[in-house]
Design a binder for this molecule. Structure first.
Ligand code: ADP
Ligand code: F6P
Length: 330
């Protein structure tokens, strides 16, 4: 973990970056209030790294984060800034940040945002602590990221509703969930939703085996089926699966792509709790002179991992959960 003189920190900046995630507001609230209670000034940076470049800064006070713990989205917005991969752009961003008097940062985001944060420390010695915020849950070093639990519950609610209509019409449904190139949401929502099969980018599958599984169910009197797929980088994967099932079996599958509804809505208790706890710890890391680190959660405990370690390693989905879904949907 990188060390610096934490006593020099007087003003911290906080930003949300990448896709928004339910619970980001709870994280912003905790950063602002902890910072102020520790006698720091807190500046909100609007729209992630784009705000660095546009000098879109907000002075935060205790009241500026009132009544947001229950709100989805991010009061500081979120978003992407593709040009941040360029060193000269990051230099300009740091100049703007320093000009505003900011001497430490809290980055709420995913691995892309942490890559930018790590570079700001390596290249410009700007102390940053990461708080994992993404519905995808694909960050090594933490069991949970802020937003994942809410997104899974939103997907689950949708699966339950679709199950009602699937059962009434004896239909096969393929439900596509988000996750970019990872299958954490699919596996959790699929198993909890009683899916017959789950398709994720990390795990090869044979559509013939899925069809056999569905046919065995039909022979035992099952009249509807739910399959859950991760989007796998490109939304619309469910349509390819439906076509493949039609070609191999003649079964006609209905497709439902859940899309961005999984990113919105009020955060679950789990997301509010981890957001609050991680964010308080993140501010304290900065004050204690520790940076280039992410706050994660393992079981009941907060854990800390160097950002380069988080970025180097891949978090693996528990593939046994797919097999479990297949067995339990018999
Ligand atoms: P997430 O943080 O959820 O993984 P993205 O991958 O979209 O989301 O990244 C968010 C932002 O982080 C990007 O728009 C960009 O500004 C910054 N970022 C991502 N990758 C890099 C990189 N290699 N170098 C510098 N900044 C990056
Ligand atoms: O990273 C969060 C996420 O919602 C992914 O699950 C999804 O692939 C992506 O963001 C969608 O991004 P956009 O907001 O650009 O549509």
């Amino acid at each position: 973990m990188a060390k610096f003189d934490g006593s020099k920190i007087k003003t911290i900046g906080v930003y949300a970056s990448g896709g928004d995630a339910p619970g980001m507001n709870a994280a912003i609230r905790a950063v602002v209030r902890t910072g102020i209670l520790r006698n720091l000034k807190v500046v909100g940076i609007v729209q992630g790294y784009a705000g660095f470049l546009e000098k879109d800064f907000l002075d935060m006070d205790l009241r500026s984060v009132a009544n947001i713990i229950q709100r989805g989205g991010s009061i500081l917005k979120a978003g992407r800034c593709p040009e941040f991969v360029k060193p000269e752009v990051r230099k300009q961003a740091i100049n703007n940040i320093r000009e505003r008097g900011i001497d430490g940062l809290i980055c709420i985001g995913g691995d892309g945002s942490f890559t930018g944060a790590n570079l700001l420390w390596q290249e410009h010695q700007m102390p940053i602590v990461g708080v994992p915020g993404t519905i995808d849950n694909d960050i090594f070093g933490t069991e949970l990221t802020i937003g994942f639990d809410t997104a899974v519950n939103t997907a689950l609610d949708a699966i339950d509703r679709i199950r009602d209509t699937a059962a009434s019409h004896d239909r096969l449904f393929i439900i596509e969930v988000m996750g970019r190139d990872s299958g954490f949401i699919a596996v959790a929502a699929g198993l909890a939703g009683g899916a017959e099969d789950i398709f994720i980018p990390e795990h090869p599958f044979q559509i013939e085996r899925t069809i056999e599984h569905i046919k065995r169910g039909i022979s035992r009197g099952k009249n509807s089926s739910i399959l859950v797929t991760a989007e796998g980088v490109k939304p619309g994967r469910a349509y390819d699966l439906a076509e493949s099932i039609r070609k191999h079996s003649g079964f006609l599958a209905k497709v439902c792509i859940l899309g961005h509804i999984q990113r919105g809505g009020k955060p679950s208790a789990v997301d509010r709790l981890i957001a609050s706890r991680m964010s308080v710890a993140a501010v304290d890391q900065l004050i204690n002179g520790v940076c280039d680190v992410m706050v994660g959660i393992k079981g009941e405990d907060l854990v800390f991992l160097e950002l380069p370690q988080c970025l180097k390693q891949k978090k693996h989905v528990n593939r046994n959960m797919i097999e479990l879904a297949q067995i339990l949907s018999n």
